[in-house]
Design a protein around this ligand. Structure first.
Ligand code: ZN
Length: 253
């Protein structure tokens, strides 16, 4: 079994076909993360419709937050209400590509802190986005994990071997996406991730290497990692499936 631990299935028109096509490639479980109130509702609906395939991540994306500052308070209240129905908090994080002004960065930080508090209260693991502020975001994941004992995943966090080593030491999961197929630096970083913290993802429908994103590409990511690590693809699939089961397991803290 292969798991896409971070995708945006709600952004596809033909959801049923996407699930079927991915399943044919062995990608039978999809963590569908949300970005805003509308996608939170859609993601929960997908989980209800496809309970064996879809796991739900609920949360407010850092880019949405700064583009919709007047709607943030209401959205946080909605999230508080429905987060117990989710499997994890996500996609949340910090993004300095879009938040270049300090005032926007502070807003992202404040909203992230409030979402992490909700996750802690509901005992949910977290799925974090980081862009142009990798270390700061990773530090939030580490603090969350230390204080709550709950799991944290850094999504698409394959830019720095040094930061991945810190994730390894802190027990923070790191997911690898399709950039590993063609990018040597991503391959080097992916090799550094501890066996027991490695996860696979696509971030579909985000396109990579000129090809549209699709959850079935988890298979290509797994094949590439198998080659890099000198393993069979079935071994990587089993390893990552075990990791994901541990990551998502309900926690009593
Ligand atoms: Zn995403």
């Amino acid at each position: 079994m292969l798991v896409d631990t971070h995708c945006h299935l709600d952004q596809f028109d033909d959801v049923e076909v996407v699930i079927e096509t991915a399943s044919e490639q062995g990608v039978t479980r999809l963590v569908v993360v949300s970005e805003d109130p509308e996608s939170m509702r859609r993601v929960l609906e997908l989980k209800r419709q496809y309970p064996t395939h879809v796991l739900a991540g609920l949360g407010l994306h850092p880019v949405w937050i700064i583009q919709n500052r007047d709607a943030v308070q209401d959205a946080l209240e909605q999230l508080e209400e429905i987060l117990p129905q989710a499997d994890e908090l996500g996609e949340v994080g910090l993004d300095h590509k879009w938040a270049t002004e300090r005032v926007d960065q502070l807003l992202q930080e404040e909203v992230l802190a409030r979402q992490l508090d909700l996750a802690a209260r509901c005992a949910k693991p977290i799925n974090l986005h980081a862009r142009r502020c990798l270390r700061q975001t990773m530090e939030r994941a580490i603090a969350f994990r230390r204080h709550t004992g709950l799991n944290a995943q850094m999504h698409w966090f394959t830019q720095s071997r040094k930061l991945v080593r810190i994730c390894n030491d802190e027990g923070v999961y790191v997911s690898v996406g399709p950039t590993v197929l063609n990018d040597v630096q991503t391959q080097r970083v992916a090799l550094e991730i501890s066996d027991e913290l490695l996860l696979l993802e696509t971030d579909a429908p985000v396109s990579v290497g000129g090809r549209p994103g699709h959850p079935l590409r988890v298979r290509e990511v797994a094949e590439c990692l198998a080659r890099l690590r000198g393993l069979e693809v079935e071994e990587i699939a089993a390893l990552c499936a075990q990791n994901f089961a541990r990551f998502i397991a309900p926690c009593s803290t």
